[in-house]
Design a protein around this ligand. Structure first.
Ligand SMILES: Nc1ncnc2c1ncn2[C@@H]1O[C@H](COP(=O)(O)OP(=O)(O)O)[C@@H](O)[C@H]1O
Ligand SMILES: Nc1ccn([C@H]2C[C@H](O)[C@@H](COP(=O)(O)OP(=O)(O)O)O2)c(=O)n1
Length: 439
C-alpha cells in the first residue's frame, strides 16, 4: 500500500534518455564505515583496470538502479519523494530477507556536473532468484519506464561483471542492453553531490526554498501554512540596535542550558529555531527527504529573522540555532563518506544568504564525543533519529561540526563547552560583552 501522497509520486518524472549508461558514467556507493567505492562499466577489452574494492557479498549478487535526474522544482520534489519511498522500502531490515541490504548509490558524469542521478545498490548474499523478481516488480510499479536494472556478479578469476537490463513498463519482458566489466575508478577531487548542494539541500535565498515548498502544497497540507507565515514576513527585516547572538552546536552540547542562562544574565530575549509558530510541523518535515526538509528549515529561518528584527529593536537577542544549523546538517547529510569529502573551504555552501538577517556573533559549542553522549544520557530524552545517527555515526557528527567550522561571514566561533555550566556561561558572557560592547 503506498503512503499518503505516494500515488502523486507516480506523476511521470523526466523520461530517461535512450542511452542506458553514457560512456563516461561513474558510480559511487558508500559501504559500512563510510568507505566510498567509485566504479564504472567497461566493455573495452583493452581496459585492464582492476575491479573495485568489493561491494559484492560472496558468493552473492548485487543489483543497482537510478532514478532519472530531475530538473524543475516540481520534478525535483517528486523525485525526492519517490527516492524516499524507495529508501523506506529498501532499507527495512534486510528488505528482501536475510542477507540482503540496500546502499545509497550515486551516478555521475565527471564531464557533466549536471547529470547526477540518485539510486540504490541492493546486496544479495544468497543469490536468491526471488530477490531479483521482487526488485524488478518494485521498479516496474514505482519508476517511470524505461528502467535500467544492473545485475553484478563475480566471474571466474575474480572479475566483477555487470549485465544491464531495460525494463519497459508493466510488461514482464526485459531486454539485455549490455554486458560489461566493472572497473575501479579514482575518487574524484570533489564529491559528486557537492555541485548539487545548493539546489538540493542548502538554500541561499528565501525564493529558492519557497519554490520547493510551493511544489509540496498538494502533497503536504502543512506546506501551505508555512508559506503563509513566510509571506507575512517582510522581505528584508532590519536588525535592531541591540546585539544578536546565536548559539550553535550538535545536540546535547548545552545550547538550551546556555541560552537560557545568557538570557537571564543579559536580560535578553531568547528565540529558538525553528520558531514556535512552525515547530508543531517539524516531525512532518523531518520525515521528508532532504530537499523538502531543508527547504522547510530554510524558510523557518526567514520567519525567525522577522522575530529577531523586532526583538533586537528593544533588547539583546539570544538565538538557539539559526541558518548555520540548517546548512551544516544539510551538507553533512548529503555528502557521503568521510569528512575529507566535504566541499572545500570557502565553498559557496558555507556563505550566509544575502537576503537573511545576519547576527552579530555566532558561537559554536564544542564538547568531546564522550561528554556529549554523557549529556545525551543525562538529558534522559528519547533520542531523535538524528541523535541516534550522531551517536552511532561518528563520521556524520564530524561532518556536521567541520561544516560549522567552515562557515563564513559570519563565522562560527568555537567555544569549549565541556567545563561546568557556570564556567561556560562566564566564558561566553566575557566573549559576548567584548564583541558586542555590552556593559
Ligand atoms: N556545562 C555543562 N556541564 C554538564 N552538563 C551540562 C552542561 N550544559 C548542559 N548540560 C546538560 O547536558 C544535557 C544537554 O544540554 P542541553 O542544553 O539540552 O543541550 P542542547 O540544547 O545543545 O541539546 C542536559 O541534561 C543539560 O543539563
Ligand atoms: N535553524 C535550524 C534548526 C534546526 N535544524 C535541524 C538541524 C537538525 O536536523 C535538527 C536539530 O534540531 P534539534 O532541535 O533536534 O536540536 P537540539 O536538540 O535543539 O540541539 O534540526 C535546522 O536544520 N535548522
Amino acid at each position: 500500500m503506498l503512503r499518503r501522497g505516494a500515488l502523486a509520486l507516480l506523476v511521470p518524472l523526466r523520461r530517461r534518455s535512450a542511452m542506458a549508461t553514457p560512456p563516461d558514467r561513474r558510480f559511487v556507493v558508500e559501504l559500512a564505515g563510510s568507505e566510498l567505492v567509485h566504479f564504472s562499466l567497461s566493455d573495452d577489452d583493452n581496459n585492464h583496470r582492476a575491479p573495485p574494492r568489493c561491494f559484492l557479498p560472496r558468493p552473492g549478487r548485487c543489483y543497482s538502479f537510478c532514478l532519472p535526474a530531475a530538473g524543475s522544482p516540481r520534478e525535483r520534489v517528486r523525485a525526492a519523494r519517490l527516492h524516499r519511498l524507495l529508501q523506506r522500502r529498501l532499507s527495512q531490515e534486510q528488505p528482501f530477507g536475510v542477507g540482503s541490504a540496500a546502499l545509497a548509490l550515486l551516478s555521475y558524469s565527471p564531464s557533466r556536473e549536471a547529470a547526477l542521478e540518485r539510486g540504490f545498490l541492493v546486496q544479495d548474499e544468497r543469490r536468491a532468484p526471488e530477490i531479483e523478481r521482487s526488485l524488478e516488480e518494485l521498479l516496474r510499479h514505482l519508476l517511470p519506464a524505461p528502467v535500467h536494472l544492473a545485475v553484478y556478479e563475480v566471474a571466474e578469476g575474480g572479475e566483477v561483471r555487470c549485465a544491464l537490463w531495460r525494463l519497459d513498463g508493466a510488461a514482464q519482458g526485459r531486454q539485455l542492453v549490455r554486458r560489461a566489466r566493472v572497473v575501479a575508478e579514482e575518487e574524484p577531487a570533489l564529491h559528486p553531490a557537492g555541485a548539487h548542494l545548493l539546489e538540493d539541500a542548502v538554500f541561499r535565498s528565501r525564493g529558492a526554498a519557497r519554490r520547493i515548498l510551493e511544489e509540496c502544497t498538494s502533497l503536504i497540507p502543512e506546506a501551505k501554512a508555512v508559506l503563509d507565515l513566510v509571506d507575512q514576513c517582510p522581505q528584508h527585516p532590519k536588525k535592531g540596535d541591540f546585539p544578536v547572538i546565536v548559539i550553535e552546536g550538535l545536540d546535547a552540547t548545552g545550547k538550551t542550558t546556555l541560552t537560557q542562562a545568557v538570557k537571564d544574565s543579559l536580560n535578553a530575549v531568547l528565540l529558538r529555531s525553528p520558531p514556535p509558530s512552525v515547530s508543531q510541523w517539524r516531525k512532518i518535515f523531518d520525515d521528508e527527504p532532504t530537499l523538502i526538509r531543508r527547504a522547510f528549515y530554510a524558510l523557518t529561518n526567514y520567519i525567525l529573522a522577522s522575530e529577531i528584527a523586532k526583538a533586537s529593536s528593544k533588547l539583546p537577542v539570544i538565538v538557539d540555532r539559526y541558518w548555520h544549523s540548517t546548512a551544516a546538517y544539510a551538507v553533512a547529510t548529503e555528502i557521503s563518506g568521510k569528512v575529507q569529502n566535504l566541499p572545500p573551504l570557502h565553498h559557496e555552501v558555507y556563505h550566509w544568504p544575502e537576503d537573511l538577517l545576519k547576527p552579530d556573533v555566532v558561537l559554536l559549542l564544542t564538547v568531546s564525543p564522550e561528554e556529549r553522549i554523557r549529556r545525551l544520557k543525562g538529558r534522559g530524552m528519547e533520542k531523535t533519529e538524528e541523535e541516534t545517527e550522531l551517536e552511532a555515526n561518528t563520521c556524520f557528527r564530524q561532518k556536521v561540526e567541520e561544516s560549522y567550522r567552515r562557515m563564513e561571514n559570519p563565522t562560527c566561533q568555537p567555544v569549549d563547552a565541556s567545563p561546568s555550566r557556570e564556567e561556560v556561561l562566564k566564558a561566553v558572557l566575557h566573549l559576548v560583552k567584548n564583541q558586542c560592547h555590552l556593559p
